[in-house]
Unconditional design. Structure first.
Length: 246
């Protein structure tokens, strides 16, 4: 089965937050994405709420529950106590843990699974006890995958930022793709499922899907939102679904 598509709403929320106005309507855009065939919605509610606001989360949860019960809600973020409480309040299907500093503009690296195991393991245990699927943000490096598995997590999410950044250098792009592929191979061999996200586009998704045929999900925000300015949200979701192989 092709990778499922989760639409990250952070870029839409950031545009809304430029003005003290209710548009673009984050929930309305999420509805358009799901109606067009997206399999889920992703948010990264940062502490300063510069993108998705905490008040958006129950509305997204209600949208999925009331109108698209087959879809999934994915909340990603650094596992502070405030973040964990937010997750437990809004009950996503999946929680993606990222090692972000609050000051970072965007996620730009994965966990050091060996060094961070003592921190991550009780967090993963708490989330699993709450009934959430847990995914851990991962660099393209297979060496720590055993430690990621040992935390009790269900999945890793491949950080594909470097892969996306090599859009104009086919040689570097191919090398990075192989690094991602080897990491995915190690994760699957360890019993983990594999997601991917960051700077994925309709141009670079097909090669990733071919190299990682067991890819479970991609979470895409910036590139998808940029394309939506040209093709509309419904048309863009269709383009990305086709790029995934649907």
């Amino acid at each position: 089965m092709p990778a499922k598509l989760s639409v990250n709403l952070n870029a839409i929320a950031m545009l809304r937050n430029r003005r003290d106005l209710p548009w673009p309507d984050v929930i309305g855009v999420g509805r358009l994405a799901l109606a067009a065939g997206a399999h889920g919605l992703t948010v990264h509610p940062r502490p300063d709420e510069r993108h998705t606001r905490h008040s958006d989360l129950p509305l997204i949860r209600a949208l999925i529950d009331d109108e698209f019960p087959q879809a999934e809600f994915n909340i990603e973020g650094y596992p502070s106590e405030d973040f964990l409480a937010l997750v437990e309040k809004n009950q996503p299907e999946q929680v993606t843990l990222v090692p972000d500093d609050p000051a970072q503009a965007t996620s730009d690296h994965g966990w050091n699974f060996v060094a961070d195991a003592t921190f991550l393991t009780p967090v993963v245990r708490r989330l699993k006890k709450g009934g959430f699927r847990v995914s851990l943000f991962s660099d393209a490096d297979p060496t720590g995958i055993g430690a990621a598995r040992d935390t009790g997590a269900d999945r890793i999410e491949l950080y594909t930022g470097p892969y996306g950044s090599y859009h104009s250098d086919s040689g570097k792009e191919a090398k990075e793709l192989e690094r991602l592929g080897k990491t995915a191979d190690a994760a699957i061999a360890a019993g983990l499922q594999v997601n991917a996200g960051h700077d994925l586009t309709v141009a670079n998704l097909p090669a990733l899907a071919r190299r990682v045929p067991a890819l479970a999900e991609v979470s895409i925000g910036h590139g998808l939102t940029a394309d939506a300015l040209e093709y509309g949200m419904a048309g863009t979701v269709g383009r990305f679904l086709r790029a995934c192989g649907w």
